[in-house]
Every structure is written in C-alpha cells, then in structure tokens.
Write a protein that binds this ligand. Structure first.
Ligand code: C2E
Ligand code: MG
Ligand code: MG
Ligand code: MG
Length: 276
C-alpha cells in the first residue's frame, strides 16, 4: 500500500512497509511509461453498477485502475491528482473514454458513465474526443454519461456552459459527481443543462449515524426532484441506508451493498444475472 501526500514541491509516496519515499517524478514517469506501453494488465478500467431501486443495473461507472510492477497497485485517488498536475490526464482520460464506450458495446441498453476531470474538459480537443469515442464504438450517445465535478462549474462557468450545451446537443448525459462537497449553488444547477446529481458518499455514510447527514440527503433528493434531475446515491453499504434512500425517492443507488467495481468480463456476468 502506498499513500500520497502533498508536500512542499510535489507529491511524495510513502511505502507503509519501509517508509521509503518515492518522489512525484517517479510516479509521473511510471504513469507516462504505462500509457506509452498501453499494457492492459497495468492500466485498465473496472466497472461498478449503478442500480435502479429494484436492483437492476442501469449504468456501469468506469473506474481507472493502475497496477505497476514497481509501485504496486496505486489507487485513482493517488494517481489521478498526479495525472492532473502533469497533464497526463488528457491522454489518460481520452483513452478511458474510448475504452469505456468500446466495452459498453456488449452491454445491451445499459449505459456507461465516465469520470471527466476539469483539466480534461478545459482541453481544446475535449468535444472532438467525445464525438470520436461515440463514432469509433458506435454506441448511442444516450448511453454515454459523463461525471463532472462542481469545481468545473465554479472555476470555468462559461466554458462549462458552452461544453455542457454542446454535450446536450450530442445527446450525451451529464451528471454532477460528489454533489455537496464542492461549492456549487442552486442557481448554478438551474443554469446548467445537467441531467442528474450523485450525492456524495460522505453524506450517504452518515445515514443512520448522524441525523444531519440524513437531512442533507433528504433536501438534496427533494431539490433534485423539483428540478427534474436524476438523483443517484453513491457509497451505499448497508441495507438500512438503501431502504432510507429508496423511501426518499432516489432514482438510482451505487455502492458495495449492490456490487463492487469489477473487470469488464466480470461486470458482464453481473449484467447477465441482474437482467430480470
Ligand atoms: P468517484 O467517481 O466518486 O467514484 C466512486 C468511488 O467510490 C470509487 O473509488 C468506488 O470504488 C468507490 N465506492 C463505490 N461504492 C463504494 C462503497 O459502497 N463504499 C466505499 N467505501 N467506496 C465505494 P475509486 O475507484 O477508488 O475512485 C476514486 C475516484 O477517482 C473516483 O471517485 C473519481 O473521482 C476518480 N476516478 C476514477 N477513475 C477515473 C477516471 O477514469 N477519470 C477521472 N478523471 N477520475 C477518475
Ligand atoms: Mg464518479
Ligand atoms: Mg462519485
Ligand atoms: Mg466520490
């Protein structure tokens, strides 16, 4: 296990066995080489089900995985920030987008959801990349969903508005990920052409533990309903959380209680058993 910490000039990795430090450049160059090699055992996507309230899988979320011979398994929470700082997120994200659309070809009408970092969307070729991924794979645009963050709308309001409208014209769905952890305002939700919200795991986790989290979730669901948005709860781990969320009226649930992220072929098996 490795942990990355922001330290002065950059990221340092701590090996919790030996406490050895690996400078950020090491992770960065290892990631760059991994991208160049294109080895699918090293950099690949896993998929986690986003389930309807009745349990059926409606969408699979693509989650990047990196397993390096020297560094071991590095979590996206660690290497995505390095990829963003170095710009590697642009080729990495564009690969993930194309691969996810290709993998989704065999999923019937189940959609595919791809995380997009703000840095990637700022890139001039972003919309071209989305169109290329759709054309190359041939999947219907309605089956592609992009997960963006509140920070994009905050930091680049005009760019976000322009790109989101263009995506809407393409027929691609857009949802705001980790909703409630950023600083987006209700007015912004009204002004952007988005299709849904994903309530952040931190609030879902608190259901049954902290009444304030329950109230936040409740208010978010109601607001989503009022704005005719899809409301997805992420990080659902207990039966109690799922019951509360269903009764509040969320449109979809995602979490270890339902299914864990799995490699493409295993996800396909899950789809086969979940199709009613
Ligand atoms: P996210 O988009 O919010 O993805 C959900 C994360 O929550 C995933 O972590 C997933 O494995 C985890 N998760 C799902 N259900 C549960 C649960 O019930 N309990 C717990 N404890 N965790 C759960 P993961 O795969 O480590 O990804 C972390 C983050 O890295 C993602 O958060 C996303 O922001 C980023 N990421 C992953 N893949 C990509 C990618 O292709 N592009 C970009 N830009 N970011 C990515
Ligand atoms: Mg996500
Ligand atoms: Mg999320
Ligand atoms: Mg999250």
């Amino acid at each position: 296990m490795y942990m990355a910490k922001r330290q002065g000039l950059g990221w340092r990795i701590f090996d919790d066995a030996g406490g050895q430090r690996i400078p950020v450049v090491t992770m960065e160059s290892a990631l760059r080489r991994a991208l160049q090699r294109g080895n699918r055992d090293e950099l690949y996507l896993e998929y986690q089900g986003i389930h309807q309230p009745d349990g059926r899988v409606r969408v699979g979320e693509a989650l990047l995985r990196w397993s390096n011979r020297q560094l071991g398994r590095v979590g996206p929470g660690e290497f995505i920030p390095v990829a963003e700082d170095s710009g590697l997120i642009v080729p990495l994200g564009s690969w993930a987008l194309r691969q996810a659309c290709l993998d989704a070809l065999s999923w019937g009408d189940v959609g595919v959801s791809v995380n997009i970092s703000a840095r990637q969307m700022q890139e001039r070729h972003f919309l071209t990349d989305v169109r290329a991924a759709l054309e190359e794979s041939g999947i219907a645009p309605e089956r592609l969903q992009l997960e963006i963050t509140e920070s994009l709308m905050m930091m680049h309001p005009e760019l976000a508005r322009r790109d989101l409208s263009a995506l809407k014209d393409l027929g691609v769905r857009v949802v705001v990920d980790d909703f409630g952890t950023g600083y987006s305002s209700l007015a912004q939700l009204k002004n952007y052409p988005i299709d849904g919200l994903k309530i952040d795991r931190s609030f879902v986790m608190g259901i049954g533990r902290d009444d304030r989290d329950l109230r936040i979730v409740e208010a978010t669901v109601r607001m989503g309903q009022a704005l005719r948005l899809d409301v997805v709860a992420e990080g659902v781990e207990t039966v109690e959380q799922a019951e509360v969320l269903r009764s509040l009226g969320v449109t979809a649930l995602q979490g270890f209680l339902f299914s864990r992220p799995a490699q493409a072929h295993t996800f396909l098996d899950l789809l086969a058993t979940s199709a009613g």
